[in-house]
Ligand binder design. Structure first.
Ligand SMILES: [Zn+2]
Length: 152
């Protein structure tokens, strides 16, 4: 099996084992459910805001994300291109999920805000968000680019 088809095969396996992860902010006002693999691929981005928050996240399609409660507790911060919607709990300040610039039609979810033991493994990939434009183009060459992670 070639390296590429091997990676695609691994991705397929991951998709077959989608599970429901439950998550929340720190105070519990915001609660959500997300369908994702047990073996998560998580992005560690070095853009200006991710760096300051130490934001790591995995990306899912909108249809795989359900906000269970806390719409009223959420507030949104945007800057620069205003494409990313950085939602966070206005009570405890925790960002458990947001709309990433790479996938504005999906959700970026912080694996550290998942409750329970539904995650089997976490693979961290670095994302050079500091050099956004160049990284965005370079990422498209990967078997599963970050930009496609909100699509089915
Ligand atoms: Zn909270």
């Amino acid at each position: 099996m070639s390296h590429l088809s091997c990676l695609l095969f691994t991705e397929k396996l991951n998709e077959m084992s989608l599970v429901t992860h439950k998550g929340s902010c720190h105070c519990g006002a915001v609660k959500f459910e997300v369908q994702a693999a047990e073996n998560l691929v998580v992005y560690d981005c070095n853009c200006s805001i991710c760096k300051k928050k130490h934001n790591i996240h995995f990306v899912v399609p909108e249809s795989d994300f359900t906000l269970l409660q806390g719409q009223d507790a959420l507030t949104t911060y945007t800057f620069n291109s205003h494409k990313a919607k950085h939602q966070f709990c206005k009570i405890c300040g925790v960002q458990s999920f947001y709309r990433p610039r790479s996938n504005p039609d999906g959700y970026g979810v912080n694996p550290d805000c998942l409750d329970g033991d539904t995650v089997r493994s976490i693979t961290i990939e670095t994302y050079d968000g500091q050099n956004w434009e160049a990284t965005y183009v370079k990422e498209l060459e990967k078997p599963v680019p970050i930009q496609s992670r909100s699509k089915r």
